[in-house]
Write a protein of this length. Structure first.
Length: 227
């Protein structure tokens, strides 16, 4: 350490090559720190110039020493970077084929998984469409004669909920049961309407026959009166 003119203490430098300059700091500080040179006078200007030159000399020497000290470190840093780059290239050349193989296999597995998922979605959608067809049978029979509804009912009764329903067998059976119940209601309603129409037609025929009979009788009476 050294003691400056103002009594300020400084730690010794950890750079041995700087120790000479640092050792001079105390002397330089005692002669120049806080000193105001009367540069308006010849002697003051001369002293200021000499002081500046002395301080500059130390500073230039310190900078030269710094550059000289740092040069080997810079060269070593360059060698460190270059060697690391070379070794990294070797590692990458061995790593990349393995990485590509892994990524290729992962891509293949992803595609297979996506294909399986798509196939599963299509399978489920197909089953659901068949169940929807079963459920829609009654709607397709609305407004038809009882004979058509009866045929649809017989066909649906004979329709088997087989392996195609897979895990949706219960849902398919429920849809079939509801459709059968609806068809039976439609059939009963259609038969009742047909019965009503038949009875109405019979009544109308009877009424027409009665009117015809009355007309004949009237014509006979009219003919008798005319005679």
């Amino acid at each position: 350490t050294y003691q400056s003119a103002e009594g300020e203490e400084s730690m010794s430098t950890q750079i041995v090559e700087y120790s000479k300059t640092e050792a001079a700091l105390a002397d330089l500080a005692s002669r120049y720190k806080g000193v105001v040179f009367d540069v308006a006078t010849r002697d003051g200007m001369s002293s200021a110039i000499k002081g500046r030159a002395e301080l500059r000399g130390y500073r230039v020497a310190l900078e030269k020493t710094r550059v000289e000290l740092k040069a080997p470190a810079l060269e070593r840093a360059r060698l460190i970077d270059a060697e690391a780059k070379r070794i990294t290239a070797e590692l990458v050349s061995m790593e990349e084929p393995i990485d590509e193989a892994i990524k290729s296999e992962e891509t293949r597995r992803d595609k297979e998984r996506a294909a399986r998922e798509q196939a599963e979605r299509e399978r489920v959608a197909y089953i659901q469409s068949l169940i929807a067809d079963v459920a829609a049978v009654p709607a397709g029979a609305v407004g038809f004669p009882s004979s058509v509804i009866a045929a649809a009912l017989d066909n649906l009764k004979a329709y088997e909920i087989g392996e195609w329903a897979a895990e949706f067998a219960v849902q398919a059976a429920e849809a079939k049961g509801k459709a059968l119940a609806t068809l039976e209601q439609l059939l009963a309603g259609a038969k009742a309407q047909e019965q009503e129409r038949a009875e109405a037609q019979a009544r109308a025929a009877a009424e027409r026959e009665e009117l015809a009979r009355l007309r004949r009788e009237q014509e006979q009476r009219d003919a008798a009166e005319t005679e």
